[in-house]
Design a protein around this ligand. Structure first.
Ligand SMILES: [Cu+2]
Length: 144
């Protein structure tokens, strides 16, 4: 019985290490700049209450496809207040009267956000749900 319990504890510890290793690798992948004129892609996870990545990179004039997964129990959105860009969520215009990019996802939903920036710069992305940005649900999109 004691041996059995030890095996479970060791198993859980190595699973934690495995998961930590995974998320670290994902960040490196997204930070990599796009190569040679082709469109780039990234994966972004929404959690309660943060984005799993605080930095995304795009190239001026090229489409960046962001596969967004809302893994949280709350509704979240990916919003950029001002950016000169074409943006769609699952093929529909993601621009609103208030925001240049506003991709809202219900809890446990996912979507494909495509952003094609027309100018270089750094742009803050955040969640507009009350209190979320203040809690740290934000990041920076760098357009080169
Ligand atoms: Cu949120």
């Amino acid at each position: 019985m004691r041996k059995f319990t030890t095996a479970i504890v060791v198993g859980a510890a190595s699973l934690t290490l495995f998961l930590a290793g995974c998320s670290g690798g994902g960040e490196k992948e997204a930070a990599k700049p796009a190569e040679g004129g082709s469109a780039s892609a990234a994966a972004l996870k929404m959690e309660d209450i943060k984005f799993d990545k605080t930095a995304l990179t795009a190239t001026k004039g090229q489409a960046l496809t962001v596969t967004i997964t809302n893994a949280g129990a709350l509704d979240h959105d990916f919003t950029i207040e001002k950016i000169d860009a074409k943006a769609t969520l699952d093929g529909k215009d993601a621009k609103t009267d208030k925001y240049a990019v506003h991709a809202a996802l219900k809890a446990k939903a996912n979507g494909k956000l495509e952003i094609t920036p027309n100018a270089a710069g750094t742009f803050e992305y955040f969640c507009t749900v009350a209190g979320h940005k203040e809690a740290g649900m934000k990041g920076t999109l760098t357009v080169k």
